[in-house]
Unconditional design. Structure first.
Length: 329
C-alpha cells in the first residue's frame, strides 16, 4: 500500500514568485501522476506588473480606500489612460464630517507637484461615513502620477490620509516594489521583517544621501501615524532608475492591513529626485493545504488523480505536491 501524499503551500510573504489571484483560494487542484513518482510541482502564473489589487485597501479600524474606474466603484484599478477619470471612495467610522481647506483629493506628479485638485463629497452622514471624489487625468499627461487624499474633521481632528501611485497604460515610469534583490518578482504583500526592494523612476539627477537624511522614507497607517521611519538608504542609479531597499519592522504590524510606503530621494541641490508612495499589505499568516483524494490508507496503483484545495488568508504563489511510494503490505 502506498504512503499518502504530502503537500505544502508556500506563502508569498518572502518569495514572490508567481502570482495566483492574491487573497483568493486556489481550489480544485487536480494532477494525474504515477504512484511511484517522487516530487511534482503545480504552479500558476500571471505575468503583469503588480501595482495593487483589484480590490479595496483596508485596515482593521474600518478604514477602506478604493481607487476605481467608475463612479459606483465597481471596477477597482490603478491603471488609466490620459483623459480617464479617477474615482476615489473613502469609507470610515472615524471621521463623521470634513472641514478645513486641506481636505482634498489631489492628483500629483512623481515629484509631488499638483496636477489636479478636487473636493470630497460626503455621501452618508451616519457611520460608516462615505466620501467620494474624482479627478480627470489631462489628455496630454505622459509621466507617473499618484493619488494623495485626506479626509479630516478640523485641523486636529481624526483623519484618513493616504497616497498611492497610479500608472498610465504602457508607461513604465513609477516606483516598483519587489521581494527579491534581483528585482524580478513584483510584490505588494510582505511579511513583518521582510525586505522591500524598490526601483523608482526619478529625474536622473545624482542622489545625495546626506541631504536626504532620516525620515524621508516612512511607513504609515491610514490614520497618517508613522509606523516606521528609515535613515537615507544607499542608492544605485541606472539612468532615471534608482534602486534601494527598506526592511519592514518585525513587530507592530497588523496582519492583513494595508499601509502606505512613502519614499523620497533628494539631489545635491536639495531638489526632489522622486517622491512616490505605494500601498503594501502585511501577510503574517501561513497558507494551508488539504488533499481530499486519495485518502490516507487508500490503495493506489498506476496513474491516479490527486485532488485537494489550497487556501491563504491573503496570498500565496506556489503549490508543491510530493508523493512517495510506500512498502506493499
Amino acid at each position: 500500500m502506498a504512503d499518502g501524499p504530502e503537500t505544502g503551500a508556500q506563502d508569498r510573504r518572502h518569495d514572490y514568485h508567481n502570482q495566483v489571484e492574491p487573497g483568493r483560494a486556489f481550489a480544485g487542484v487536480l494532477l494525474v501522476l504515477a504512484a511511484a513518482a517522487a516530487v511534482f510541482f503545480l504552479t500558476a502564473y500571471r505575468s503583469q506588473a503588480v501595482l495593487g489589487p483589484d480590490a479595496p485597501y483596508t485596515e482593521a479600524n474600518g478604514d477602506i480606500i478604493e481607487i476605481c474606474a467608475d463612479a459606483a466603484c465597481m471596477v477597482h484599478t490603478t491603471e488609466f489612460n490620459p483623459g480617464d477619470t479617477v474615482y476615489v471612495r473613502v469609507t470610515t467610522d472615524r471621521v463623521g464630517a470634513v472641514s478645513g481647506k486641506r481636505n482634498r483629493m489631489r492628483l500629483r506628479r512623481y515629484q509631488n507637484t499638483n496636477i489636479r485638485v478636487a473636493n470630497w463629497t460626503q455621501v452618508t452622514f451616519t457611520a460608516p461615513y462615505i466620501y467620494t471624489s474624482q479627478v480627470t487625468i489631462p489628455a496630454g499627461q505622459s509621466d507617473y502620477m499618484k493619488i494623495w487624499g485626506r479626509v479630516r474633521n478640523g485641523g486636529s481632528g481624526p483623519r484618513v490620509q493616504f497616497e498611492q501611485q497610479i500608472s498610465l497604460y504602457g508607461l513604465n515610469q513609477y516606483a516598483r516594489i519587489y521581494s527579491d534583490a534581483a528585482r524580478t518578482d513584483e510584490s505588494y504583500t510582505f511579511a513583518p521583517g521582510a525586505t522591500v526592494y524598490i526601483r523608482a523612476w526619478g529625474t536622473g539627477a545624482d542622489y545625495d544621501q546626506i541631504l536626504t537624511g532620516s525620515g524621508q522614507q516612512r511607513l504609515r497607517r491610514f490614520t497618517n501615524s508613522s509606523v516606521k521611519s528609515w535613515a537615507a538608504p544607499a542608492v544605485t542609479r541606472n539612468g532615471n532608475w534608482y534602486d534601494f531597499q527598506l526592511t519592514l519592522p518585525a513587530g507592530g504590524l497588523t496582519d492583513g492591513d494595508w499601509y502606505w510606503l512613502r519614499t523620497r530621494l533628494l539631489s545635491a541641490t536639495g531638489d526632489d529626485i522622486q517622491r512616490q508612495s505605494r500601498m503594501l499589505q502585511i501577510d503574517a499568516s501561513a497558507p494551508t493545504a488539504i488533499i481530499s483524494d486519495p485518502s490516507d490508507g487508500d490503495w493506489v496503483s498506476g496513474s491516479l488523480p490527486v485532488r485537494g484545495t489550497v487556501d491563504d488568508a491573503y496570498s500565496f504563489y506556489n503549490y508543491l505536491l510530493e508523493y512517495g511510494a510506500g512498502a506493499a503490505p
